[in-house]
Ligand binder design. Structure first.
Ligand code: AMP
Length: 176
């Protein structure tokens, strides 16, 4: 089974994913973490991805599709996995459909922008400058939000509207 954690920057996808992993032991794949790791290690792939991540833009589909396919290939065929931050474009969603052949369940973390901005201002990550944050919101609205309609037709969308990651997790865990 594939579960997708979707939501704007600062919506707590990573925190929720961590709680799921800790409590249930399910596999979690965070593309942002994988990319940051590649960038830190200075790999070829990291070098290609760096300027996009720093600018708050999406890394080209071919790179992330490759990473996800590689990650999914390392799991047992029927293993439950939570994807944190993937897919983020229609191309990625189509790619996931091809490689997984299942209809995923999307948990959509829908959180007030004021709360998101407050959280992001307290976080200390290289791509959390004011300018980059604004760019990441724009990209999210333009490229990722259309996926909600896509998954209403090609899967299931569960909207989670909770102010804290703890509460969001408590809502989400009721579904599995
Ligand atoms: P995140 O940790 O999910 O906020 O991701 C951090 C950054 O990694 C994003 O701003 C993008 O530059 C890049 N990134 C993460 N996931 C994806 C994805 N599915 N497609 C393209 N770029 C991504």
């Amino acid at each position: 089974m594939i579960y997708i954690l979707m939501g704007p920057p600062g919506s707590g996808k990573g925190t929720v994913a961590l709680k799921i992993k800790e409590k249930y032991g399910y596999s979690v794949m965070s593309i942002g973490d994988i990319l940051r790791n590649e960038i830190d290690k200075g790999t070829m792939l990291g070098k290609r991805a760096d300027r996009f991540v720093s600018a708050g833009e999406l890394v080209p589909d071919d790179i992330v599709n490759f990473l996800v396919e590689d990650g999914l290939n390392q799991l047992r065929p029927d293993e439950t996995v939570f994807l944190d931050g993937y897919p983020r474009t229609l191309n990625q969603a189509e790619n996931l459909k091809e490689i997984s052949k299942t209809q995923p369940v999307v948990f959509y973390l829908d959180i007030d922008k004021a709360i998101l901005l407050d959280r992001l201002s307290k976080r200390k990550r290289d791509d959390d400058s004011e300018e980059t944050i604004e760019q990441r919101f724009k990209t999210y609205h333009k490229k990722t939000l259309p996926l909600l309609d896509y998954y209403r037709k090609n899967g299931t969308v569960i909207k989670v509207n909770e102010e804290t990651s703890k509460k969001a997790f408590q809502v989400i865990e009721k579904y599995f």
